[in-house]
Design a protein around this ligand. Sequence first.
Ligand code: HEM
Ligand SMILES: *[C@@H]1O[C@H](CO)[C@@H](O)[C@H](O)[C@H]1NC(C)=O
Ligand SMILES: *[C@@H]1O[C@H](CO)[C@@H](O)[C@H](O)[C@H]1NC(C)=O
Ligand SMILES: *[C@@H]1O[C@H](CO)[C@@H](O)[C@H](O)[C@H]1NC(C)=O
Length: 533
Amino acid sequence: MAVTFETKGTDSQTISPVRLVLSNVVSIWLAHWTIILPVLFVTRLLYKRYASPLRRYPGPWLASVSRLWKVLSTASTNTHLQHIELHRKYGRVVRIAPDEVSISSPEAARLVLSAGKHFYKTDFYGVFPPPENPDIFTEVREHVHAQKKKVANVPYSMAAMQQLSPFINDAVELLMTKLSTIAGGQAHDARGPEVDLGAWLHYFAFDVLGEVAFSRSFGFLEQGRDVENAIKTIDNSQRYNGIVGQVPELDYLLRRNPLWKFIPALDTKNALITRMALEELGRRKPFDKESEGRWRGGDGRQDLLASLIKGHLKDPEKFAEGDVFAVAHGAIFAGSDSTASTMQSFFWQVLHDRRIYEKLVSEIDTAVANGTIPPTGNVSWSEGQNLPYFQACLRESMRVRPAVGLNITRIVPPEGAELDGIFFPGGTKVAVNGWVTHRDKATFGEDADIYRPERWTEDEERSRRMDRYMVQFGGGAHVCIGRNLALLEINKVLPRLLRDFRFSLVHPDRQLNAHATFFVVQEGLDVFIEKRV
Ligand code: HEM
Ligand SMILES: *[C@@H]1O[C@H](CO)[C@@H](O)[C@H](O)[C@H]1NC(C)=O
Ligand SMILES: *[C@@H]1O[C@H](CO)[C@@H](O)[C@H](O)[C@H]1NC(C)=O
Ligand SMILES: *[C@@H]1O[C@H](CO)[C@@H](O)[C@H](O)[C@H]1NC(C)=O
C-alpha cells in the first residue's frame, strides 16, 4: 500500500510523508551536522557577499560577508585612520558591511546629510542611553525627533547662548587662574613648567557644560582632576556604544539585559553627572510659569535646563517632562568630549608648526595693539570673529581632525538614490566620515592631507565652497544642535589662552594619542607654559 494522507489510522505501516521527510532530515543532520553546519554558514556568507546589489563595490573580504569587520574596526579605536587607508586602497566607494558602503565624496556626503532628502538614521543610535527616553541625538523616529528638536532649537540658538556668556566667563576665569598658578610654579625647562593642557581643556569643557546646562559646577577645574572618574566613565560608555552600535541587537544581551541591574558598577544612576543633574531637576520642581524653570533659590540666571523647562511648559505634548531631563543630560555627553577634542586638535596642530603658532600669536598681539581685542580679561564672541587667521586655524583643525571619528551612517530611502554618480537601492546603509571626506583633494586642494590654515584665507570663493563640504557638525535635520555653544566657548577661551600664555610642545615629534569611540578622545597634549602678561 502506498503512503496515504490518512494519518489517524493506527496502521503502523502508514507513515505520513511529512514525518518521513522529517525523520530523514533529522537522521541526515545527526550523521553529518559537522559538515552541514559549516556549509550552511559559508553559503550564508557567500549569499551575503554575492546576492547583494553591493557586490560590485570593493572592500575588505570580511566586511562583505559580516558586520564583524566593523565591530573589529571600531574596537580598535583607530577606525578613523583605517577609513582613510581603506579609501586610499579601494577608491571612492568601499563596502564596509554586507549592507553598507562608505563614500568618500564630499558632494555625496552633503546629499546624504541634507534635510528633506529622507536619509534616516540607522539603529546604531538606539544603543546610546537612555533607551527609555531618547534625547535628540538618540531619537531615530524622524517625526518625533523633528518635534523635539523644534522646541530645543530655541534655547540652543546663538542669541540664547550669548545670554549664557557669564557662565562661560566664569569657567574661563577659573581655567586662567589655575593655569597661571601652574605657569608661576617651578620649571625644569627654560620654556616654563610642564602641564597636561589637554586634560585642562577637557575639564574646562565639562565644567562649562555643567554651568550652562544646570548652573552647577562639576568641580573638574576646581579640583584639577577627573572627579569620581566621571570623564573616564563617559569615555568607556562611548566605547561600548560605538562598538555595540555596529551590531545593535547585542545591546539586548548586554546593557539592556535586566540581569545587569544587579551589578551596581554598571548602574549609571549613581554617576556624578547624572546624580547632579537629577538633583538639579528635583530642585526646580514643581515647574511653574513664574519661575520659568529657574531654581527659586538661585541667582536668577536662565540656564539651559530652565529654557528647556520653559519649552516644555509651552508645549507639554511635543516636549514632555522626560525630554527636559534627557536633552539637558544628553548635552553633557554630546557636548563635552566633542568640544574638548576640538580644542585639543587646535592646540596640537598649531603648536606642531612653529611658523603657524608665531603667525597666530602675532595676529593676537596686533589685535590687542589696535583694540580689536582687550589687553586683559574676557574675549567676546564678536571680538574672536575679528581674528581671521585664528578662525582659519580653527577651521583647519576641524577639517583635519574632526571630533567625530566614527561614521555617520544613514539609510538610503526606499526609492533608492544616486550618490557620486552611482545608484544605490533603498535600504543600503551609507557611511560618511569627516576624516575621509575632509581629505578629498578635489574639494580641499592637492595638499588636503596637511594642516595649512592659509587655504581658508587665500580666496573667499574657494573658502566658501570648502566650508559647504565640511561635516564636522554633521548636517541636515541632524546637524549638531550644540554648535553655537561649542563655537562660543571655543572662541572665547582659545584667543584668551594664546594672548595670556606662551606654549610649546614637550614632545614635538610625538603624535597626539587619539582613539575614536564615537568622538575622538585625545591624550598627551603636554606643553611647557609661560605667562605672557
Ligand atoms: C566642537 C564641538 C562639537 C562637535 C564637533 C559636534 C559634532 C556633532 C556631529 C558631527 C553631530 C551629528 C552626529 C550624527 O548625525 O550622527 C552632532 C549632533 C549633535 N550634537 Fe554636537 N558637536 C559638538 C558640540 C556639541 C555640544 C556643545 C552639544 C550640546 C550642548 C551638542 C549636542 C549635539 C546633539 C544633541 C546632537 C544630535 C542632533 C540631532 O540629531 O538632531 N554637540 N554633533
Ligand atoms: C566608516 O566609513 C569609512 C569611510 O567613510 C570606512 O572606510 C570605514 O571602514 C567605516 N568604518 C566603520 C566602522 O563602519
Ligand atoms: C568677565 O568675566 C568675569 C567672570 O565671569 C566677570 O566677573 C566680568 O564682569 C567680565 N568682564 C566683562 C568686562 O564682561
Ligand atoms: C587689527 O588687528 C587685526 C588682527 O591682526 C586685523 O585683522 C585688523 O585688520 C586690524 N585692524 C585695524 C583697524 O588695523
